[in-house]
Ligand binder design. Structure first.
Ligand code: DAT
Ligand code: MG
Length: 150
């Protein structure tokens, strides 16, 4: 089953949108397998955003993600990465499709409210970076057969 890390970033937490984000993924049928609320260290932020090191927005990105607590989660499901990115919307909120989280709750790329893994391999890597193996729960729901074809 594909996994994606999802972060409700500091702006989403401050604005009281954790529940809204969780509700959208639950409603979509995705299965939550890990969650924690934490203040992100500079070290974790730098590891998480290593691919962006050296870019003009990198310093701002690190200070944004470490500025206040985040809600970190791992969600799984068939094609979970693409499905979650679709629900999240484009990186720049002004380009995000109506109905997506970034469209519905954000205006600026530097306050785009949420992170989601961009590829299945990234989902695995980010889940392992943010969560210990024992913090991820393998479980099934009675309703799974009505949401997952296999
Ligand atoms: P995403 O978060 O949609 O995966 P990304 O991985 O390309 O986007 O970039 C990570 C974050 O960095 C993004 O959520 C916001 C910030 N960012 C990306 N491109 C930016 C830009 N051109 N200007 C300012 N911030 C940017
Ligand atoms: Mg990304």
């Amino acid at each position: 089953m594909e996994k994606s890390l999802v972060l409700v970033k500091p702006d989403g937490v401050q604005r009281g949108l954790i529940g809204e984000v969780i509700a959208r993924f639950e409603r979509r049928g995705l299965r939550l397998i890990g969650a924690k609320f934490l203040q992100v260290s500079k070290e974790l932020a730098e590891q998480h955003y290593a691919e962006h090191k050296g870019k003009a927005f990198y310093d701002g990105l690190i200070s944004y993600i470490t500025s206040a607590p985040v809600m970190a989660m791992v969600w799984e499901g068939p094609n979970a990465v693409a499905a979650i990115r679709q629900t999240v919307g484009s990186t720049k909120p002004a380009e995000a499709a109506p109905g997506t989280i970034r469209h519905d709750f954000a205006l600026e790329v530097g306050r785009n409210l949420i992170h989601a893994s961009d590829k299945p391999e990234t989902g695995e890597r980010e889940a392992a970076l943010w969560f210990k193996a024992e913090e991820l729960v393998a479980w099934s729901r009675a309703v799974d057969a009505w949401i997952f074809e296999q």
